[in-house]
Design a protein around this ligand. Structure first.
Ligand code: HEM
Length: 489
């Protein structure tokens, strides 16, 4: 990197001094969201570190992040060219690739509209308001049956192992029009490898910043490449089957709708065909990948918090019993009527901040923020964890307390408080699955809490230590679960 002259009127970015070759990599440590939060107290909302030879700007503070990602959205909407991202979706990922603004925007629009139409689509059965609701209710039902089976045979279970299959099935339904059994080796093997993916894809992975490391034997990098290959092969096989059975008068799912878009585009002389068919159809890889890991991690954390805070679990159950009763299954339209559950979910997002940094951003041109000069092509990390634990924003941020989101008489969620929780990013690159994700986390939880009671096993204390990554997972725990009797008081 050349030393750039700072334009007049702008200041040079503050930050710690760094070592040759490795930069500040050691200070980052194994919990970068904590070490960078500490540094932000010293250097402010906008500062610079070096990872290897590369300068990286760290953004903290709600107002600063909002300024960068919304008001100056275009300046910060790029993605950096990172070694590990090149393996995701064959380098053609919508979320991780360095696609230029035009192509990225076109793909994002396609992804968004496919997702919207195939989640809000009317279901086959009249009792469901949309296919999303239908998929979730059916998967929750099969999850509960499966957990009962495991309890009978094993007496305990690893929640993530089962939740991840149920959640994957919801997005599989929308993307591929199919579901898999809880013992399907192909799917279960694949989705249970999510940890190996998120560890390497987290912000600050040394191999992304020190090129020499890319040539040394590296176990986690090997696993990462392997899971990406498995994942791509899995999707590729399904996509080929869709091409073979495609019928434009019967668009079955998101994969079909993307194939249809390619065919339509070829007939349309005015369309700008700067995008290969592969770049269109591979959008489905992103939707499937983003759609199962994030939501199953949320639900798995939710189960941990329910076990760690049995009083909260009881209150949530009472709320459902009172507002919905125990005779019918909760549905999406109950969401406005369950403020305690809504607060629990917000507090789960805030307290765990299990997505501590957004996917890294990159400046698309020379720009400035809070008076500091940021050159084009600078890698930028957004510290969501810092915002969710900022003492200026939250009272006792380290306390798990869903009540903080309720109004004084506990009957309504304080919307403004809720909006301060940052877990989906903001602005141009904000998550496109947010509405689905919030609905899905809500409905799975409402159904699970209505029907099940989770508990810690004697001799197996709960371990809530997060393991750093793009999404942070708790250690694998073994829990017990019991059906709630219908007439419980
Ligand atoms: C991007 C969070 C669920 C699809 C993102 C980003 C975050 C995020 C933090 C990056 C924002 C940035 O770089 O600034 C979450 C969380 C979820 C969730 C916490 C669940 C609780 C989903 C679902 C889907 C999805 C269900 C789709 C089915 C995407 C896509 C992007 C993205 C395609 C890339 C957007 C882009 O780069 O333009 N998400 N997400 N996400 N998310 Fe989600």
């Amino acid at each position: 990197h050349f030393h750039r002259e700072i334009p007049e009127g702008l200041r040079q970015l503050p930050g710690p001094s760094s070592l040759p070759v490795i930069g500040n990599l050691l200070e980052l440590g194994s919990k970068p969201y904590l070490s960078l939060t500490e540094m932000s107290k010293r250097y402010g909302d906008v500062f610079q570190i070096r990872l290897g030879m590369r300068p990286v700007v760290i953004l903290s503070g709600y107002e600063t992040v909002k300024q960068a990602l919304t008001k100056q959205g275009d300046d910060f909407a790029g993605r950096p060219d990172l070694y590990s991202f090149g393996f995701i979706n064959d380098g053609k990922s919508l979320a991780f690739s360095t696609d230029k603004a035009g192509v990225w925007r076109a793909r994002r629009k396609l992804a968004y509209s496919a997702l919207r139409s195939f989640s809000s689509l009317e279901g086959k059965l009249p009792e469901y308001s949309c296919v999303l609701e239908e998929h979730i209710c059916k998967e929750a039902d099969s999850l509960i049956k499966e957990l009962q089976n495991v309890m009978t045979t094993e007496g305990k279970f690893d929640p993530f192992r089962y939740i991840v299959v149920s959640v994957a099935n919801v997005i599989c339904g929308m993307c591929f029009g199919r579901r898999y059994g809880h013992h399907d080796q192909e799917l279960v093997g694949l989705v249970n490898l999510a940890e190996d993916f998120v560890k390497v894809a987290g912000s600050g992975n040394p191999a992304d910043f020190i090129p020499a490391l890319q040539y040394l034997p590296n176990k986690s990098m090997k696993k990462f490449v392997n899971i990406n290959n498995r994942f791509n092969n899995f999707v590729q096989k399904i996509v080929s089957e869709h091409y073979a059975t495609f019928d434009k008068d019967n668009i079955r799912d998101i994969t079909d709708s993307l194939i249809d878009h390619c065919k339509d585009r070829k007939l349309d002389e005015n369309s700008n065909i700067q995008m290969s068919d592969e770049k269109v159809v591979s959008i489905v890889n992103d939707l499937f990948g983003a759609g199962f890991d994030t939501i199953s991690t949320a639900l798995s954390w939710a189960v941990m918090y329910l076990v760690a805070y049995p009083k909260v679990e009881k209150q949530l159950f009472e709320e459902i019993k009172e507002k919905i009763g125990l005779d019918r299954t909760p549905v999406l339209s109950d969401r406005n009527n369950l403020p305690l559950l809504e607060s629990f979910i917000l507090e789960l997002f805030r307290h765990s901040s299990y997505l501590p940094f957004t996917i890294p951003h990159c400046s698309t041109k020379d720009t400035s923020l809070n008076g500091y000069f940021i050159p084009k092509d600078t890698c930028v990390f957004i510290n969501q964890w810092q915002i969710n634990h900022d003492e200026e924003l939250w009272k006792d941020p380290s306390l798990f307390s869903p009540d903080r989101f309720l109004n004084a008489d506990g009957t309504e969620v304080n919307k403004l408080e809720g909006e301060k929780v940052l877990i989906f990013g903001l602005g141009r690159r904000r998550c496109i699955g947010e509405v689905i994700a919030r609905n899905e986390v809500f409905l799975f939880l409402a159904i699970i809490i209505q029907k099940l009671h989770f508990y810690e096993l004697p001799g197996e204390p709960l371990d809530m230590t997060p393991e750093y990554g793009l999404t942070m997972k708790h250690k694998r725990n073994c829990l017990g679960v019991a059906m709630r009797p219908k007439d419980e008081h």
